[in-house]
Design a protein around this ligand. Structure first.
Ligand code: NAG
Ligand code: NAG
Ligand code: NAG
Length: 403
């Protein structure tokens, strides 16, 4: 017994002496050659390799200062938990061609992949230097457009947390969470101008048990977009604006999409956003399913179409509206949604003609609209909502518009 303890103590001692000066388990990037205002990519990757090989929990530290950071990939699996502490500001290259995709998807600037027990925190900032790239973004009209990088990518990350960080001016999405199981994003600040293209705040796809809590998002596209295969996503205390709102979808565009099950959005405030809370699917789509989606205790300030199901989603006419959507939307509730609409049409529930929405509940809606056309309205098609509580605008009669 005594022999065992002293043996393991020696092993531990040997391990600790491997750690470059300073506190045990702390991999300070400046000890790996990182210098302010220079590219710290290679130093950070070296620090990651050592931290990832450590059998005891480790911290990677980016101290307070400004640094440049080239495209980096932090790959697991690692031998123990990693606390990625960013206290400083890292800036991406302004040149979009400096980022290469690592597979068929979009490139990431900073990518964490196949990591368990990761914490990214520290109060620092990831500055994507998007301004130079936004002007080159022609993806609305050119399907072969340049693939701009997502600032922070979490691919197949499990039991992890991203908190107390800022994402500024991403070239494409700010954060992507894909293939995650049990991940929390909290106290995060996301900022980009309202007219910056495709700068979604947080995109979640193919993930289970993700929580987004206490987060502020002002950006040029969806504050949060929810892709196929998302299950048990909770969004709480998020403020959104400017931006395009909180969206499930768009769904039905690509083959083999997985179903969305369990989306809970509560206690969120949206201000000056193009849309509110919505579910969107393409017409003439492939089959799919989205169910158990609940939007509750939402405050909207000057928001377009605050409550929306749109199964005829077709931006810039990039689709055929000739056939209905084949994505089945069911078990949806919109409850306690209050504030002001910037469009007369405040509640828009357009479901598929071939697969009508099922089990849609709309309760305690109080939306004001003050335009010359008159009071706010509701439109419904291919849905028989169950209304309850206060209804302003007045409820629809299936298929027709109310006023
Ligand atoms: C989820 O991840 C957190 C953070 O690592 C961890 O504390 C928690 O135990 C995990 N939950 C489950 C059910 O594994
Ligand atoms: C969000 O954070 C608050 C504390 O700020 C906590 O009470 C709440 O449980 C969290 N929500 C989720 C879904 O984790
Ligand atoms: C959540 O929203 C409800 C209803 O608007 C409100 O009573 C409650 O105080 C809110 N909770 C938090 C933590 O913001």
């Amino acid at each position: 017994m005594g022999l065992k303890i002293s043996f393991s103590s020696i092993v531990l001692l040997l391990l600790l002496t491997r750690v470059v000066e300073g506190q045990p388990g702390v991999f300070d990037v400046t000890k790996f050659g990182a210098k302010p205002d220079a590219d710290i990519g290679p130093a950070l990757v070296s620090a990651w390799k050592e931290a990832c090989a450590s059998v005891t929990p480790s911290t990677i530290l980016i101290p307070k200062n400004n640094y440049a950071l080239s495209q980096v990939l932090f790959e697991g699996p690692c031998k123990s938990s990693i606390n990625f502490q960013i206290q400083g500001t890292v800036k991406a290259s302004g040149d979009p061609s400096a980022f290469k995709a690592n597979g068929p998807g979009l490139p990431g600037w900073v990518t964490f992949e196949h990591v368990d027990l990761l914490t990214v925190s520290g109060g620092g900032t990831f500055d994507g230097q998007g301004a130079t790239a936004w002007s080159k973004n022609d993806c609305q009209t050119n399907s072969n457009c340049a693939k701009l990088p997502i600032s922070l990518v979490f691919n197949f990350v499990t039991n992890s947390v991203a908190q107390d960080i800022t994402s500024l001016n991403s070239k494409n999405f700010h954060l992507q969470v894909f293939g995650a199981d049990n991940m929390t994003v909290q106290h995060v600040t996301i900022t980009a101008p309202g007219d910056s293209p495709n700068t979604d705040g947080i995109h979640v796809g193919r993930s289970t048990k993700v929580t987004i809590n206490d987060t502020q998002i002002g950006t040029g596209d969806d504050c949060i977009s929810i892709g196929d295969g998302t299950q048990q996503l909770t969004i709480e205390k998020v403020t959104c604006g400017p931006g395009h709102g909180i969206s499930v979808g768009s769904l039905g565009k690509f083959p083999e999409e997985k179903e969305v099950v369990g989306v809970f959005v509560r206690n969120c405030t949206l201000t000056n956003t193009l849309n509110g809370v919505r579910i969107k699917t393409w017409p003439a789509s492939l089959p799919g399913s989205a169910s158990d989606m609940h939007f509750e205790d939402i405050i909207v300030n000057n928001v377009g179409n605050p409550v929306m199901i749109d199964q005829e989603y077709c931006p810039s006419n990039q689709c055929s509206k000739k056939a209905p959507s084949r994505v089945k939307v069911s078990k949806v509730s919109f409850k306690n949604i209050k504030g002001t609409s910037s469009t007369q049409l405040a509640v828009k529930l357009l479901c598929s003609e071939s697969i009508p929405c099922e089990n849609v509940e709309v309760g305690d809606i109080d939306l004001a609209y003050s335009g010359p056309e008159g009071p706010p309205t509701t439109i419904c098609s291919n849905v028989k909502p169950i209304f309850s509580g206060k209804q302003n605008p007045p409820t629809c009669v299936g298929g027709s518009q109310s006023s």
